[in-house]
Design a protein around this ligand. Structure first.
Ligand SMILES: [Zn+2]
Length: 165
């Protein structure tokens, strides 16, 4: 069992401050590592609260405490790296989706998928009485492709052809 775990019960939060108490009045950090032989606190006083100095004291006098602080830092470092990797995964998968969009294969004209979308569009044109030219609008086409990149918006002529039925 690591020293840090025994003190805090949470190994991952182990910092050098698990072993020191800072005294504002003295402006010194007091070592609270228990000496296993005597059962008393070390109580060594280190000027200031620079973690580097405190770690140096642990390294020199309390090997086990020093090791657990190092482990704690290492684990935090790993967690940070893992989070960065996760973000990168998301970015990669988004790129893949983007790639798929760019290399899109459209629904074949006449396929159920294509026809159901085209019929909905015909219904929209009829029901809203909007000009048939509207379907040639670039922004409208972009809107459609943002909903379903595989749907190739029929042009005005194709739509008129449908309206005749
Ligand atoms: Zn000490």
């Amino acid at each position: 069992m690591s020293l840090c775990k025994s003190l805090s019960g949470r190994k991952k939060d182990c910092t050098v401050w698990e072993f020191f108490k800072y005294s504002e009045s003295k402006e010194k950090s007091v070592c609270s590592v228990v000496n296993e032989k005597t059962g008393e606190n070390c109580n060594a006083e280190i000027s200031g609260k620079n973690p580097t100095n405190l770690k140096r004291h642990l390294q020199a006098f309390h090997k086990e405490a020093s090791e657990s602080v190092k482990t704690g830092d290492g684990e935090r470092e790993l967690t940070k790296k893992k989070k960065m990797n996760d973000t990168e995964d998301v970015r990669n998968s988004q790129t893949i989706v983007d790639c798929l969009r760019k290399n899109k294969t459209s629904w074949p004209v006449g396929s159920v998928e294509h026809m159901s979308r085209q019929n909905a569009m015909v219904d929209m044109v009829i029901d809203s009485a909007c000009p048939v030219n509207f379907v040639n609008n670039t922004k409208f086409k972009e809107f459609c492709s943002s909903l379903d990149a595989k749907f190739q918006v029929p042009g005005k002529l194709a739509l008129l052809h449908n309206l005749e039925f």
